[in-house]
Design a protein around this ligand. Sequence first.
Ligand code: MGD
Ligand code: MGD
Ligand code: SF4
Ligand code: MO
Length: 691
Amino acid sequence: MKKIQSLCNYCAIDCNLDFYVEDNHIMAVKPTKGYPVNDGFCCIKGLSLDKQQTVVDKPHTPRVRMEDGTYQYPGWDYTFNYIAKRFREIQEKYGNEALAGISTGQLTLEEFAINGHIMRDHLHTNVDGNTRLCMASAVVAHKQEYGFDAPGFTLEDLELSDTIILVGANPVVAHPIVWDRIRKNQNKKLIVIDSRKSETAKNADYFYPIKTKMDSTLFYGLANYFIEKDWIDHEFINQHVNRFDEYKEFVKDFPLEQVSKDTHLSMEQLLELVELIHSGKRVSMWWTMGINQSHNAVRAAQSIMNLQLILGNYGKPGTGGNSITGQCNAMGSRLFSNQSSLYGHEFTDSDSRKKIADIFHCDERILAEGPTKTYDQIIDGINDGTIKALWILCTNPRHSWTNNETFRQAMEKLEFYVVQDIYDDIESAENYDVFLPAVSGIKKEGTYVNLERRLSRLVSVIEPDEDEKNDYQIMYGIAKALGLQDIIDYWKTPEDCFNLLKEVSRNRPFDITGVDFRGLENSHGIQWPFKEGEELKEDQRRLYSDGKFFYPDQKAVLQFEPVPKNPMPQTEQFPYIFNTGRGSVGQWHTQSRTREVQFIENVSLHHPYIYIHTKLAKEMGLKHEDWVTLDSCNGQSADFAVRITDDVQEDEIFCPMHYIECNKLTASVYDPYSKEPSYKSAVVNLRVKER
Ligand SMILES: Nc1nc2c(c(=O)[nH]1)N[C@H]1C(S)=C(S)[C@@H](COP(=O)(O)OP(=O)(O)OC[C@H]3O[C@@H](n4cnc5c(=O)[nH]c(N)nc54)[C@H](O)[C@@H]3O)O[C@H]1N2
Ligand SMILES: Nc1nc2c(c(=O)[nH]1)N[C@H]1C(S)=C(S)[C@@H](COP(=O)(O)OP(=O)(O)OC[C@H]3O[C@@H](n4cnc5c(=O)[nH]c(N)nc54)[C@H](O)[C@@H]3O)O[C@H]1N2
Ligand code: SF4
Ligand SMILES: [Mo]
């Protein structure tokens, strides 16, 4: 039996796993011992990766709607040529931007890069990712605050911290390895700030049930209090932080009494939290989607970073204002998808453009000139008729997009719709013109970057069947059919692509010129930056230990502004907040992958459900598993079974996102800077379902 070390391509931890293979079949999967991220531990999703050995029935070749309206299997080459022809025709008829793509944070770094080069550079059009739904707010927060999108922590900080504050993050369910590492830290106080008593909050030493979307108010108020008490780090501020004097004035508008009213946390709770932070020696703060998905997300994330900066809690072991990422390669897509930056460079910087064109052997003038149109603009563009063709890959927007009926409408309007997935029965795979079946991660090669900037290798565990293709081969095939000569000559394999990207990274904050594609196999992974000639002395490498950020003067910049009004206020018509998120460790997003796993199916509910407070249930005369109808401020309604609990607030409903009904009710409301949807705070009404 062969043992092959590869990674789990579900969540942003990127656990390494040992696959035991005999006769091209996975016999067992075990978490890799000694790997610095997950050291012999992982969750049910990683352990079940063997279920994705074959996903689409034979033939494993594209399905195409032919001129007579029937679906046929005309073979890969025909399909590549057909797609190229239709893309060109649509662009000629309606303009370049009549074609668009929606990609993902779940492919390999090389796959984003080739897709971004085809679509954004050669075809001069827009591709956004499901990463917009996830960590776009963190990206903008980092760029503005540090001068570059560079989260600085290493996972070991969870073990080195004596005061861990989780804000809008539920790692017991969403990041089991983060949770395991917190648990292993015996000398910490764990504090959770969440609107509901999540699985993580139940296991915390202190829980602060904040009024939804009032996090920036809380952190501005804390900053004001610390400044008033003079419990801040003047030396760190003087040397490493800009705009402090302005910030000091700004936060005066957030006296603790007012903060208490706005956040629904009592003065005792606020003073207790202050004391916990003040008495901690190594205080770390970590946020996830409770912060990123809101109408005020970027500023809320920055309010956490601001507080840590003025307390000097940066760069030292166990500290930081840290964002936890969601998907397995969201961090790779941030750098290499060519969506919001030119492969980690400014689109308008002429030296960078020249450098990248030289590396790619292409004409500098073809490189994208600005960031992509955002996800919401793409969907609106389809619905208003300006975008006619869409290529989605490795994402299921009919289910996951906010206010998802708008995606259903879009699907109906498209003249040409291409779906590339490992399953042909996802909700988005309806009424398509072409379905491109890709093999799952266990049959392909590439690199991933995890939440702490660690590159690791996806290694092909079993050989694909003869007629199967992986995402990279599919994109390369389309590039060839389009006649894109530089790709044909220089991007033949993921390894070729990785070597181009290494050169792209040279002398940038994420310099990976010292990383070897093959050298990553069977390794401990490497956190960026890692420059050519550098020696790898340790497995845990954090940024900012020298206090140097990425602005020209190497200082961080505090970012803040008055708290905007909530665009979805509770009203008499819509009195309840519709909070949404992960429901269980086993369920992954739209469930296309995890439904394959029998252990998960056995313990998951097979119908949409919500949690409501005991008091509301009493008022409405509802029992467990009674059905209700929710009417949302977005004009839609959907039915759910109820589960009754005291863990949500009296005016809050929590809905797991794994059922398509959930996003029927979320709204088209976004953060103004990141354009990330506010998935967790639509307002709804509840009524007993009519029979
Ligand atoms: N099992 C499983 N694991 C996953 C995933 C999955 O689908 N299934 N998805 C992965 C991905 S892509 C992501 S992005 C991560 C997400 O990981 P998390 O962000 O940890 O998960 P969520 O459940 O979306 O939201 C976290 C918490 O935010 C809280 N919250 C809502 N509004 C507010 C607010 O205004 N303030 C505060 N402080 N809290 C609030 C919610 O109550 C919830 O408990 O999980 C990853 N891991
Ligand atoms: N209400 C609500 N909605 C949310 C959220 C929330 O908290 N609340 N969270 C948002 C967040 S953070 C995220 S990240 C999104 C996730 O939303 P999606 O990206 O739409 O969800 P997934 O189910 O992960 O979809 C991934 C798709 O890729 C396919 N796939 C898997 N591996 C491969 C592969 O190797 N190649 C190809 N081509 N396809 C593959 C799977 O079959 C699946 O259909 O949902 C967002 N939606
Ligand atoms: S889903 Fe995340 S925690 Fe679970 S095995 Fe995969 S990478 Fe590890
Ligand atoms: Mo995500």
